[in-house]
Ligand binder design. Structure first.
Ligand code: FAD
Length: 534
């Protein structure tokens, strides 16, 4: 197959297409220097995939959703099969001049984690096609039921495919246009995490291409060390080409509520109470957020409210500086619909939100899970989506949350007028499998804090605030962990992984000894991994 990108075809006077026996094709304009020899080497593999060097494709692979960092690869590899990816990795591993290789899901990282300076970005989306074939559901016939999904697949497509069988994965992210391989490399968290654990706690088996180019099927029973290394492993040990994910019968409807608090202790106390309840007695989904005076109308979570509610809540936020929103979801279906009012009442009655500030909606399960898409469309239409995203995600131990509120929400962010939600989501540590590479605070309950702010008017001032927040936590001795971590020194990475660091390094030496994979994470720093600011 020969891929001709429209721009280079139309505008470039130098479109180079090498065809050897109709196999691997290289498309685009050669850059002088090291890229040329690299391309010639890849070309010699005679694969059935495309290597793309046209400026538009390379430029797209040079940055990510964050629009903060930039690292230009030598080429973009569009695989036609898992086998070709394995050949590419194996080739670099065996080469006298190895090059970095970064699988790219949707590039929805915000700190360059899917970039590979002077190396090769593997555009996993090339395997997506129409989604058919690489998403296979085994429902009734399998105990337990599961879905096999390619690492490149979007969670929205996994949902659509499983729902055809009345089934669905149980642990989600807020946004579904992310890839299976991308979120499993981190953890995959949302309001269901308290109940089911992160997405990495809901995987039975993986197919992985290691940094040596070997393809390994791994699970808790077979090649367990690689299996747990890859889950939450920041893409350092292998490229996920298939994940076998737990599924269960899907509900059809969700009673979706939002409750507003002015008191932080009441808000967190209620979240903690809710995440301690059994599934039948409480919510199936629990998340929270901070609402600053002007932050509601412009964030991608506001499609829930009618205009009048937004005015009331914003007025309240202006009065108190900030208010807090507890969000719950109770799943139901045709059979349980008659009792949903009563069930919800028994959950909400004991909560300490502000009287008169309870809002509810009934939506389909699909609509509920895909709720952020609507917000995205709204921001897209206003030109507020493709802007810099200096996001900061942290995991904070429960015992330090009141200090965090005082020091961050009520102090550093007091006059925060930026666009984008600030999430506060309680989680149970016992739902995280400690054998995975993911690290979490050392307390039974901790909070995921997501400062998902957009740099509509520039991002450096927001980044300075992020740094101030981290300094505040360090100064106060709050032993936080970053989620989707971003560090620039070995000492910080060592601190991040804590007791897991030695194992992390051993596993790197075992599965990717030449440090080829996902150099953009900048853990095992080498010349592959350098970024520049945009
Ligand atoms: P990429 O950004 O392309 O890649 C992420 C990392 O994984 C890179 O290092 C890359 O090299 C590697 N990688 C990609 N594919 C593979 C693969 N197949 N095998 C191995 N490694 C691979 N996260 C949450 O947990 N919960 C949320 O609710 C949530 N909401 C989000 C909402 C938005 C709008 C955005 C932009 C991000 C959100 N995220 C959330 C973060 C998201 O999980 C990360 O950005 C993650 O990296 C997934 O994005 P991606 O699939 O585009 O992966």
């Amino acid at each position: 197959m020969v891929f001709l990108p429209r721009t280079s075809f139309m505008f470039s006077s130098v479109v180079i297409v090498f065809l050897v026996g109709g196999l691997l094709s290289i498309v685009g304009q050669h850059k002088p220097g090291p890229a040329v020899s690299l391309l010639q080497e890849i070309h010699s593999l005679q694969l059935n995939s495309t290597v793309c060097v046209d400026p538009e494709a390379v430029d797209r692979a040079s940055t990510d959703f964050g629009l903060i960092t930039r690292a230009v690869p030598a080429a973009v590899f569009r695989p036609s099969s898992d086998r070709d990816i394995a050949a590419l990795v194996g080739f670099s591993y065996a080469s006298a001049r190895p090059f970095g290789i970064a699988p790219r899901g949707r590039g929805h990282s915000v700190r360059g984690q899917a970039l590979a300076r002077d190396g090769v970005v593997v555009d996993m989306g090339a395997l997506r096609g129409d989604g058919q074939g690489r998403i296979r559901v085994c429902g009734e016939g399998c105990r337990p039921s599961y879905v096999d999904a390619g690492g490149e697949q979007l969670w929205i497509d996994v949902l659509r495919e499983t729902m055809k069988h009345g089934l669905a994965p149980r642990s989600w992210t807020d946004y579904l246009y992310l890839t299976v391989g991308g979120t499993l490399s981190n953890a995959g968290i949302s309001g269901q995490t308290f109940l089911y654990g992160p997405q990495i706690s809901n995987v039975y088996e993986l197919d992985v291409i290691t940094g040596k180019g070997e393809t390994v099927t791994c699970s808790e029973q077979h090649e367990a060390d690689l299996f747990f290394a890859v889950l939450g492993g920041l893409a350092q040990f292998g490229i996920i080409t298939r994940a076998r994910i737990a599924i269960e019968p899907a509900p059809t409807m969700v009673r979706w509520v939002r409750l507003i608090y002015k008191d932080f202790a009441a808000f967190t106390g209620d979240q903690e109470r809710l995440i301690s309840l059994e599934k039948k007695k409480g919510f199936n989904y629990v998340e929270g957020s901070v609402i600053m005076a002007n932050s509601l109308a412009d964030n991608w979570r506001s499609s829930f409210y009618v205009e009048e509610d937004i005015t009331r809540i914003s007025r309240l936020a202006a009065q108190y500086g900030a208010v807090y929103c507890l969000e719950g979801g109770k799943y139901y279906d045709h059979a349980t619909a008659p009792s949903i009012d009563q069930e919800l009442k028994s959950v909400v009655d004991d909560l300490r939100y502000l009287p008169g500030f309870e809002f509810r909606n009934d939506v389909s399960y699909m609509h509920f899970l895909n709720r952020v898409r609507e917000g995205e469309a709204k921001l897209q239409s206003r030109g507020l989506w493709n802007v810099p995203h200096p996001w900061l995600n942290m995991l904070i131990p429960r015992s330090r949350m009141l200090e965090f509120d005082r020091g961050v929400f009520k102090s550093i962010l007091k006059h925060n007028n930026s666009v984008g939600p600030i999430l506060i989501c309680a989680m149970n540590r016992n739902k995280w499998d400690q054998r995975t590479s993911a690290v979490v605070p050392d307390e039974d309950v901790f909070y995921a804090i997501g400062l998902l702010r957009s740099g509509v008017d520039g991002w450096r001032n927001l980044e300075e605030q992020n740094e101030e927040i981290l300094r505040f936590c360090d100064g106060a001795g709050i032993s936080y962990r970053q989620y989707l971590p971003h560090y620039t020194s070995l000492a910080e990475w060592r601190k991040h992984f804590g007791a897991k660091w030695d194992v992390f390094v051993e596993r790197k030496m075992r599965y990717d000894p030449r440090a080829l994979l996902s150099p953009g994470q900048r853990i095992f720093t080498s010349s592959f991994g350098q970024h520049q600011s945009m």
